[in-house]
Design a protein around this ligand. Structure first.
Ligand code: BG6
Length: 494
């Protein structure tokens, strides 16, 4: 497709004027993601009027020092293509700063109140980009200071707890201040273009639904591979591991969107109720089966893209750690649609390359009329990132004389070939959805708790059965045991 034929324009739904307070306003997430996302929405004309963005953290600084700090961070972490000096200058007028000790300094909360608009109807967003132990104290502080107005909402950034009990306690504490429909629990994977496309692919086309079950699907694979290590996040990561950091949220959300029933509508509760049903139908992984259906790995020294990378222990700066940086699980959803269909999920750091994809492996045709010629079963590969695409692998006849020769080729629906638009970062969409009051792409409290319940059982099974930690070389796609797990079923990771 020529550039002229590609889809080039995007339409933006306007959002109301808002005040957005970022707790953790100088932290990693604010600098790398939130402020750049807001800048891009501003450039596209979506942030109007005298909307304000108020960063808070413990130390004191002026508005202009804060704006300068965010500018420096933007230059460091965000790509330069869309940057424009004069637009940044205009945007930075919206940036304010309030020093706030979440403790009990009433004066700080008062200062925050002063920085907010006096207009009681204005949308107020409190974004908690802070460790989860601060979620409830901040909500209580907001309430005590009288800042929770009718149009106020709170955004909770992951990790949403460290287990089922802590997630429940957080939900209860935050829920005592904000109604459930005012709580936005972020899983940034839900803001990715290709993840939202899963809904369109499944429910906007009639072709797939009749095949979308154990009748035609043999198994499903979900891979979220990263080539990066734990970077500067070792202290957090070593207490979490891949299961809590990635599976409990991102991978289970992908699994839910892949496996859920058709919701009655795209309204938040219709979608979230269907996802919850999937989570509740996940077969528990008990200690008797854990070693057959799960693999835990940790990266050792090795080469990624020809560069030698240190092992995990060196990255984290410890002599010993049992934390997994890779996990593979053979999951089952015990319901009519998915009975007997293994769903293999895996994620890991320092793997060969960055690649997230969902593979739907269809069953072979019931009877081949092509004699001994090998037929490859159809396969739908949904590439989430990078090189976003949907590929449906089919059998076709190779042209030319010389008998009936078959070839397996993809119907290729590549984003790059069809769209010449900039893909907004997931946070851009999610932040504007919060302002708009659209909860569809956010997790409900019961969803988060159900996901933790399943994950808690795995952690317990690992501990009770003394599940081994397998080493894999950096640059390798996880430990051999992960390949063996599929090989035992006659399958292999794509
Ligand atoms: C985060 C995890 O939620 O997602 C990180 O905490 C991980 O460990 C990141 O690197 C991956 O996100 P993305 O958008 O780069 O795939």
């Amino acid at each position: 497709m020529s550039t002229d034929e590609k889809q080039t324009s995007s339409a933006f739904l306007p959002v109301n004027t808002f005040d957005l307070v970022v707790f953790g306003g100088t932290g990693d997430l604010a600098r790398r993601k939130l402020i750049p996302a807001l800048y891009h929405r501003f450039c596209d004309g979506q942030i109007s009027g005298d909307s304000r963005i108020i960063g808070t953290s413990r130390s004191e600084r002026t508005d202009s020092a804060y704006a300068k700090q965010m500018h420096k961070a933007y230059k460091e972490f965000s790509s330069g293509n869309d940057y424009d000096d004069s637009q940044w200058d205009e945007f930075s007028n919206k940036l304010k700063y309030v020093g706030l000790d979440v403790g009990d300094k009433a004066a700080d909360w008062k200062a925050l109140g002063k920085a907010l608009s006096k207009d009681k109807d204005r949308v107020r967003v409190f974004y908690l980009a802070v460790p989860p132990k601060l979620f409830v104290p901040i909500c209580n502080g907001l309430k005590a200071a009288g800042l929770v107005t009718e149009n106020a909402r709170v955004v909770l950034e992951k990790p949403l707890g460290t287990d089922h009990a802590s997630a429940q306690a957080t939900n209860a504490g935050v829920g005592a201040v904000f109604d459930e429909n005012k709580i936005y629990r972020i899983d940034h994977y839900l803001g990715k273009e290709t993840v939202q496309n899963l809904l369109v692919l499944r429910f906007g086309n009639i072709l797939l639904e009749p095949l979308w079950s154990n009748r035609a699907i043999d198994h499903i694979e979900i891979t979220v591979a990263e080539s990066i290590g734990v970077g500067g996040r070792g202290a957090y990561y070593d207490t979490a591991g891949a299961l809590r950091d990635m599976v409990q949220n991102h991978l289970l959300q992908l699994l839910c969107l892949t496996a859920m029933e058709t919701p009655a509508s795209l309204d938040a509760d219709d979608v979230r109720t269907e996802k919850l049903k999937v989570l509740r139908a996940l077969r528990p992984i008990t200690k008797d089966v854990a070693s057959y259906v799960t693999v835990r790995g940790q990266y050792a020294r090795g080469k990624v893209d020809d560069e030698v990378m240190p092992d995990y222990l060196t990255d984290v700066g410890v002599d010993f750690s049992e934390t997994e940086t890779f996990v593979a699980i053979k999951a089952h959803i015990d319901n009519w649609r998915w009975a007997g269909v293994p769903i293999y999920i895996r994620t890991g750091k320092r793997m060969a390359s960055r690649r997230s994809e969902i593979v739907i492996q269809f069953k072979p045709v019931p009877h081949s009329v092509f004699g001994p010629t090998k037929l490859n079963p159809n396969k739908l590969v949904i590439r989430l990132q990078p090189d976003e695409a949907v590929n449906l692998w089919m059998e076709i006849k190779e042209p030319g004389a010389g008998g009936l020769r078959l070839k397996t080729l993809p119907l290729n629906l590549s984003y790059a070939d069809n769209f010449a638009v900039r893909y907004p970062d997931a946070y851009e969409r999610l932040l504007m959805d919060v302002v708009r009051g659209n909860l569809s792409l956010f997790m409900r409290g019961d969803e988060v708790e159900a996901a933790w319940k399943w994950v808690d059982e795995i952690i317990k099974s690992w501990a009770d059965s003394g599940q081994r930690l397998e080493l894999y070389q950096a640059g390798q796609d996880g430990p051999d045991e992960s390949h063996d797990m599929l090989a035992k079923d006659g399958n292999k990771w794509v």
